[in-house]
Design a protein around this ligand. Structure first.
Ligand SMILES: [Zn+2]
Length: 182
């Protein structure tokens, strides 16, 4: 999980500055373009970094849905984690470690640690936080698990993060295969 530290650090700075997820691409010098889903496939977003700069592509279908924040955060996470080439991201491609890491990172970017601490204090519920952050509950659970895994270094916490990732993947799969994206 230590490879996620750069994303955690970036998330901390952005959340401290009250930046919204929509602001994150410009913070890392990435340009956002809207894809017309010409293929009609299940690609939700893409990210690439080349000599001409970093680009994030978002499928036009996700705008105005609960997929928008998670997918945008996922693409930002790819760029923060590095790696070469173009990442094409769909609900059915969550199998490689780079996709898993990008979803772990997306959860930290979309849901701040500050908000998660309010669950412990009893001043917000996970559902409240999901609504505040415009993400499904499964992403709040994933964020909680990833922060725990990074903070306490316990094997059981890392396992819990992977369980939360599986539940997130299930939600993503259902959402993207529904007749209308939620
Ligand atoms: Zn991806």
């Amino acid at each position: 999980m230590q490879r996620l530290r750069p994303v955690q650090q970036f998330a901390k700075e952005c959340h401290r500055g009250r930046w919204s997820v929509s602001d994150f691409p410009s913070r890392i010098g990435a340009r956002v373009v809207v894809d017309q889903n010409a293929t009609g496939g299940h690609i939700l977003g893409m990210a690439c970094r080349s000599d001409r700069g970093a680009v994030i592509g978002l499928d036009e279908r996700i705008f105005g849905t609960r997929l928008y924040v998670p997918v945008l955060a996922h693409e930002v996470s790819h760029l923060l984690l590095g790696g070469s080439g173009t990442f094409q991201c769909s609900s059915t491609a969550v199998c490689g470690s780079s996709e898993q890491d990008a979803w772990f990172g997306a959860a930290m970017l979309a849901v701040s640690a500050r908000l998660l601490r309010r669950i412990d204090r009893g001043t917000m519920s996970p559902m409240d936080i999901a609504a505040r952050c415009s993400v499904p509950l499964e992403m709040v659970n994933l964020a909680w698990a990833v922060h725990a895994a990074l903070d306490d270094h316990l094997a059981v916490s890392v396992h819990a993060a992977h369980v939360a990732l599986t539940l997130w993947e299930d939600w993503l799969d259902r959402a993207t295969h529904a007749p209308l994206i939620i």
